[in-house]
Design a protein around this ligand. Structure first.
Ligand code: FMN
Length: 266
């Protein structure tokens, strides 16, 4: 899989053909998700839920966001510090894998918990917060996709590079040129999907260390951050830039944005 190309190709697909996934796709996805591990020592798993697994189709509610989808991936993780970031990191790997297979996906927080929970058994400390349809994108777009989501440019556009990333200090914008070999990994952070397309991640580049910050907002700030970290690390790996994440004790403070983690080149 070419990570950069796949990240560039991925976008939220909300209208599907109504055709269930082929057996080949089911096998490929199950193989991939069964070997995935969440980073940072967090326990998380992904389950494929199929509307037509048996003769009687099951009901999976998505409050109208998604039309024609027959198969869904559900993200389940054990509550712990950094669990949401790590679980989201892992789920985005599955999303990109499906994108690479030519399948549509859409991170979804708005879904009927009860209808999905009926299909899975949750452990005592496990949470289900996110699902994604996975399937064949339809050429025809549903009303919601056409008039509510796609027509709203704010839902698909991204903030300029210079407003998301900073050079040595928070009062200096980072240009793509000055980002040097981190330019592409940061461009991929910029393309990360986020709830309501908020894009409230910020990165401060200091020498060979990148400090990641988020604007705290209810429910999904940690999940959005996990997706961004995934895009960053997968892209670095693809480009042969080696390094690792570490939560530092000493980091530059910011009034509006909360420090999350740093990545330092090896
Ligand atoms: C945590 C999270 C929750 C989301 N929940 C929903 C949702 O409930 N309904 C929906 O239509 N899209 C949802 N999205 C998709 C975002 O709206 C979408 O990723 C964003 O607008 C950027 O568009 P793109 O994915 O096409 O790049 C969610 C995305 C994330 C990351």
């Amino acid at each position: 899989m070419n990570t950069v190309e796949t990240i560039q190709k991925r976008h939220s697909v909300r209208t599907y053909t109504g055709e269930p996934l082929s057996n080949e796709h089911i096998t490929q996805i199950n193989q991939f998700i069964s070997q995935l591990q969440a980073p940072f020592g967090i326990k998380a798993r992904i389950v494929l839920i199929r509307k037509y697994a048996n003769e009687t189709p099951i009901k999976l509610g998505t409050y109208g966001w998604i039309q024609g989808a027959c198969d869904f991936m559900a993200l389940i993780y054990e509550e712990a510090p950094f669990a949401q970031e790590a679980a989201a990191f892992m789920f985005e790997q599955a999303v990109l894998f499906c994108t690479n297979l030519g399948l549509g996906t859409c991170w979804l927080a708005g879904f009927s918990r009860s209808s999905f929970k009926r299909q899975i058994t949750l452990g005592p400390n496990e949470k289900l917060r996110i699902v994604s349809p996975v399937g064949y994108a339809s050429d025809r777009k549903s009303f919601i996709e056409k008039y509510v989501v796609r027509a709203d440019k704010n839902r698909s556009s991204r903030k300029p590079f210079e407003t998301l990333f900073f050079d040595k200090k928070f009062d200096t914008s980072l240009t793509e040129v000055n980002a040097g070999h981190f330019s592409t990994p940061l461009q991929m952070v910029r393309l990360a999907p986020s709830a309501n397309n908020k894009q409230e991640w910020r990165v401060l580049l200091q020498e060979e260390t990148l400090h990641f910050y988020k604007k705290p907002y209810p429910l999904f700030d940690s999940i959005d951050m996990g997706i961004a970290l995934c895009h960053f690390e997968l892209t670095c790996k693809e480009l042969g830039i080696e390094g690792k994440f570490e939560v530092l004790k000493d980091f530059p403070n910011n009034d509006k944005f909360k420090y999350v983690v740093s990545w330092t080149q090896a």
